[in-house]
Design a protein around this ligand. Structure first.
Ligand code: GTP
Ligand code: MG
Length: 418
């Protein structure tokens, strides 16, 4: 389809922390799977007539096969999830498109995104869409028809549309990052439902704010709600549309300081999700529109672009810096939350199976020594019988000898008398 494949040699991306950990834990669970299956085969061999393993033991270990299978399924599908929130038109969809290096999601002035759009990697070369709850795969040209508020096919705003995009076309998707776009937080009263449905398993939240104005109460309220349901959420704040500052260079520093102070205050003092020092590392001044344009040009996609405003390179570097810090944060957080629990369960399963096998081994050893003891006693008994026999035989022989002698004596006596 003529798309330019981007350079995939991204081995030192922080996302690799997650990718490698995922590979490792999947490999370990293959081993646990083999171990449990071997144990079951062995137990069947020593159960039944031999009665070394009880039927209950066998059933207990057998039950682990399906448990391990279920964990393996979850692990295969595990991914890192980032959700974007902010007021209408702040540029959420544009930020996601810039991160994906392509115009995938609908964006534009006014209220654009009208439902949740989840972009994830597709294992095939095709891009397609699927609405939650339906199996129908739609052509991706309809992203705008499905997700755009001005288009005919109206979806409920809390509905979810999956957008599958070829992994090969984007490093983030290839490394198992899933990106969730949302309608503006100011256009809905259903924030609680949103959080329950789409936020509880997110590893990172990105608040896309508008640097032309300031953080708004609706945006703050949304994150207050989030932080009551999730302990210590990872939140980044993007002050987007920072290209607007190019037209007022004399106030640039002051405005930046004002925004930065408010954002630090919001994260550290209001939400208490991090220290002021950590908060400084979570706040960026960017222009998603410029970043997307720059990347479209790099990939030689046809763009009708005006010349970029002064300072666009600095803003672009800050965007790249955001991506790096975001990648570090999301991969570490996802490894902790997704794999720690599974590796604990894996360890417990292996230990349980081991304990059962130990028990079987002990029973078998006890049986063996009991048998050896039985043999020893039998041997002793035999020996004593043998001894008795020898003694009896000896006595008999002597008796017979004496009888013969006495008979001979009597015979010779009789003979001499005659
Ligand atoms: P909704 O989906 O309606 O909630 O909006 P959104 O937050 O997804 O915003 P969207 O990405 O659709 O952007 C809205 C408009 O702002 C579009 O016309 C974008 O081109 C424009 N825009 C986005 N980012 C920037 C930016 O950094 N600078 C400027 N100047 N315009 C931007
Ligand atoms: Mg949008």
């Amino acid at each position: 389809n003529g798309s330019v494949r981007i350079n995939m040699a991204n081995v030192d991306s922080p996302l690799q922390i997650f990718v490698r950990a995922k590979k490792k834990i999947n490999d370990i669970f293959v081993e646990i799977d083999d171990y449990v299956k071997d144990a079951v085969t062995f137990m069947h061999a020593v159960a039944g007539e031999k009665e070394i393993a009880t039927a209950q033991d066998v059933a207990n270990v057998e039950a682990y096969i399906s448990k391990v299978q279920a964990i393996r399924e979850v692990l295969k599908r595990d991914h890192m999830k980032v959700a974007f929130f902010g007021r209408t038109s702040n540029g959420k969809s544009t930020v996601i498109n810039a991160m994906l290096h392509d115009k995938i999601l609908p964006s534009g002035i006014g209220h654009t995104t009208n439902c949740f759009l989840q972009v994830e990697g597709s294992d095939t070369d095709d891009a397609f869409l699927r609405t939650e709850g339906s199996e129908e795969k739609r052509n991706v040209q309809s992203v705008s028809q499905l997700g755009h508020a001005l288009c005919a096919s109206r979806l409920q705003e809390c509905a979810l549309v999956h957008v599958y995009w070829p992994r090969e076309l984007c490093a983030l998707l290839r490394d198992d990052v899933v990106l969730v776009d949302s309608p503006g937080v100011d256009v809905t009263p259903n924030l609680d439902e949103w959080i329950d449905k789409y936020c509880l398993d997110a590893d990172v939240f990105v608040l896309v704010a508008n640097a032309e104005s300031t953080l708004m109460v609706t945006e703050k309220n949304f994150f207050h709600k989030v932080s009551t349901k999730i302990s210590q959420p990872n939140i980044f704040i993007l002050n987007n549309r920072w290209d607007a500052s190019a037209s007022e260079p004399e106030y640039l520093d002051q405005v930046r300081t004002q925004h930065a102070e408010r954002c630090v205050d919001f994260l550290s003092r209001e939400l208490r999700v991090c220290t002021p020092k950590e908060a400084e590392e979570r706040i960026f001044f960017i222009s998603a529109k410029e970043a997307l344009l720059t990347r479209m040009r790099e990939r030689e996609k046809p763009v009708t672009s005006p010349t970029l405003a002064d300072g666009h390179q600095v803003r672009y570097f800050e965007f790249v810096d955001f991506e790096r810090k975001f990648e570090e944060c999301i991969s570490q957080s996802a490894v902790r939350t997704k794999f720690a629990q599974h590796s604990r369960r894996g360890k417990n399963i292996a230990a349980d199976v081991m304990a059962v096998l130990d028990l079987i081994y002990n029973t078998a050893t006890e049986r063996k020594s009991a048998m050896v003891e039985k043999q020893r006693i039998l041997h002793e008994q035999l020996t004593s019988i043998e001894d008795q026999l020898t003694a009896v035989t000896k006595q008999m022989k002597e008796k017979i000898n004496r009888m013969v002698e006495s008979v001979e004596h009597k015979v010779s006596l009789t003979l001499s008398q005659e």
